[in-house]
Write a protein that binds this ligand. Structure first.
Ligand code: HEC
Length: 123
């Protein structure tokens, strides 16, 4: 049994590091960290989103996730390590927070730069 584990662990690490790119990993993470995706409340690119409209004391109100695509990394990090009203706590590790920030950066990057990167990758 122990032998099997010893065999499996490097395999798993290998798969993690080579079969999935940083871009794929961060995209997946953004969509399903701990079961509930950031996109549900903050939008596909972190642009912010109205999640629901409701009436409170006869006033129409909405519940929205604020835009999170213009924050500095420090602000982003702090928000994810502190309690936010209306947002689940995720208890993310630093690598996950970095990956999420990376995802938002990629998504909000001007198109021109992306092209350049692609050419690089096919080299
Ligand atoms: C259920 C809806 C919901 C989900 C899911 C959610 N958030 Fe939020 N988030 C909120 C709300 C609402 C706020 C605003 C809290 C406040 O204003 O006090 C917020 C605030 C934030 C902030 C701070 C914004 C600022 O301007 O300071 C960040 C960063 C953030 N969320 C990132 C994320 C990330 C990354 C995920 C996925 C891991 C996520 N959120 C998932 C609802 C959500």
């Amino acid at each position: 049994m122990a032998h099997l584990l010893l065999l499996l662990i490097p395999l798993f690490l290998y798969a993690e590091s080579s079969f999935i790119t940083q871009e794929e990993y961060s995209t997946q993470l953004y969509h399903s960290p701990r079961g509930i995706g950031c996109h549900l409340c903050h939008g596909e690119k972190g642009e912010g989103k109205i999640v629901a409209k409701y009436k409170h004391k006869n006033h129409l109100k909405d519940f929205k996730g604020p835009p999170i695509n213009r924050l500095s990394y420090a602000e982003f990090y702090r928000a994810l390590t502190e309690r936010q009203r209306g947002m689940p706590r995720y208890f993310l590790i630093e690598e996950e927070i970095q990956a999420l920030y990376y995802y938002l950066e990629q998504k909000n990057r001007p198109k021109k730069k992306k092209k350049k990167k692609k050419r690089h990758a096919t080299k």
